[in-house]
Design a protein around this ligand. Structure first.
Ligand SMILES: NC(=O)c1ccc[n+]([C@@H]2O[C@H](COP(=O)([O-])OP(=O)(O)OC[C@H]3O[C@@H](n4cnc5c(N)ncnc54)[C@H](O)[C@@H]3O)[C@@H](O)[C@H]2O)c1
Length: 461
């Protein structure tokens, strides 16, 4: 009986927030708050360790079960449980579909999906149909219909999905969001982002060590090189849109008063990965992988148009030598910000026309972003600093758990997921058609016009 009540509560309360937005209804339901969230992890490779570490440090979370077909991943995951002195979870490791048995458990309220990209949507749909709340790692969809399928299943089951985009919580980005919300950039006109990260040492390895260790991919490789590289062989698209689009979507109120309406993408030729294999000490021109043809262009640019008249430019650039820089730019009628490295408060340039007396000179960002540090970082910064990716992982996991406990709407929901994931198949189609403009569907079926921004509005989560 307890289990049934608990599930119905979770369903009703979170969807009440999402679909109805009636404060009195939310409050009424929130009076039956839950104290502990029981999680099942689907996919326990590298990424999952960050989530599990954050969850297992909290006494309001239990990870009751994990699913992964690779023994090595299971063994590594169990080390995380040991590190935090937590009970061993139930294990599901009998092949690609054993996660479906995890979904049958009554002691799993929510699942977090950290699997290869092609698994995300089918596994998310199975989880919703099994009555579980879903937290979904980042990527792009395999096909446009997938985005509709997860929206439709979430609406049908009345269960929410959180898009777990950690970069939205990067400290510099949240400070800029704070400034945007205080009107310091004037009216926003244009933003840029993307994924500009040399992944050559991730896309290939020696099957033993994950990074920079060889030129193998697929079954002979380890971790992401097992599956991610295949996407570069078979597709030419903006393969990883959410790290770039998520943060600027929050600043531009995308899906909450604004929406992305159209995109067009162009791609360069593909040279970087082949050259990497040929020049690697464990590769060479005679290595079998030197014959592999890569479809993914080294640089893919995607221009997005928004309903309120702004543009977004996303750049996917992961096959060439380059220091890491997502390449954010936020530009309004009164100011401009650009980052140039990994997100430190000092790693950016800023120009505020009025406050800088029309100097036409860049200022370093450090004092600006420190002054406008987001309330969430002010409150949790110290706690967050030990978490992955410079602390931002703390916030995404914190939001996931707090929303479930409080029965409130996720700050990044299934409509965000669908519209961000949709960029991948739409960019693929656009590139195939020589850069033709593609319409981005309105996955909210009009609800974006009345929904209000809710991401990081205070210092709670
Ligand atoms: N947000 C971030 O900063 C960030 C960073 C890294 C990776 N990621 C994302 O996290 C996801 C996982 O990436 P990763 O680096 O952990 O990759 P990984 O290859 O290290 O781990 C993936 C795991 O999923 C398992 N798996 C495969 N099929 C499965 C199935 N049917 N059921 C259950 N488990 C299955 C694999 O055996 C492997 O252990 C990807 O979507 C990736 O893009 C996000």
């Amino acid at each position: 009986m307890y289990k049934l009540d608990r599930r119905v509560f979770l369903q009703q309360s979170i969807m009440a927030g999402a679909a109805l937005s009636l404060p009195n209804q939310i409050n009424a339901l929130a009076s039956s708050k839950i104290n502990k969230v029981r999680i099942g992890m689907i996919g326990v490779g590298f990424r999952s360790h960050e989530h599990m570490g954050n969850f297992l440090q909290r006494n309001d979370v239990e990870i009751t079960a994990i699913a992964d077909p690779q023994q090595r991943s299971i063994d590594d995951a169990l080390k995380v449980f040991k590190k935090y002195n937590r009970a061993k979870p139930a294990i599901y490791k009998n092949g690609d579909y054993d996660y479906q048995n995890l979904l049958k458990r009554d002691d799993v309220d929510a699942v977090v999906i950290c699997t290869p990209w092609e698994g995300h949507i089918p596994q998310g749909i199975d989880a919703l149909n099994a009555g579980k709340i879903v937290g979904m790692e980042v990527c792009g969809a395999m096909k446009l219909q997938d985005c509709w399928d997860i929206v439709n299943t979430s609406e049908k089951t009345k269960l929410p999905v959180m898009m777990m985009e950690n970069v939205c919580y990067r400290r510099d980005i949240m400070a800029v969001l704070n400034m945007v919300r205080q009107g310091m950039f004037g009216e926003l006109i244009h933003t840029q982002g993307g994924y500009q990260h040399d992944l050559r040492g991730v896309l290939f390895n020696d099957g033993v060590t994950a990074y920079n260790s060889g030129v193998e991919f697929g079954p002979k490789a380890y971790s992401e090189a097992q599956w991610r590289t295949n996407h570069y062989i078979n597709r030419n698209a903006e393969l990883y849109p959410t790290h770039g689009v998520g943060p600027v979507a929050m600043m531009m109120d995308i899906n909450r008063g604004n929406r992305m309406t159209k995109l067009s993408s162009v791609s360069t030729k593909a040279r970087g990965l082949h050259k990497y294999i040929v020049e690697h000490p464990k590769g060479g021109a005679a290595h079998p992988n030197a014959k592999v043809k890569f479809k993914e262009g080294d640089v893919v640019n995607t221009q997005i148009q928004c309903a309120n008249g702004e543009t977004i430019l996303l750049t996917h650039d992961t096959s060439l030598p380059r220091p890491y820089n997502i390449g954010f730019r936020v530009q309004g009628t009164e100011g401009l910000w650009q980052d140039f490295s990994t997100g430190g408060l000092h790693q950016g340039f800023i120009y505020m026309e009025k406050k800088m007396n029309k100097s036409h000179k860049w200022d370093n960002t450090e004092k600006w972003l420190s002054e406008y540090d987001h309330p969430l970082w002010k409150k949790f910064g110290q706690k967050a600093n030990s978490a992955g990716h410079g602390g931002m992982d703390f916030f995404v996991d914190h939001a996931f758990i707090e929303c479930i406990k409080r029965g409130t709407e996720f700050p990044m929901d299934v409509y965000d997921l669908a519209s961000w994931y949709a960029i991948t198949p739409l960019s693929e189609k656009s590139i195939m058609q020589g850069g033709q403009v593609q319409k981005i569907p309105d996955f909210s079926r009009g609800k974006w016009q009345s929904k209000k921004p809710i991401f990081a509005m205070g210092d709670d989560y």
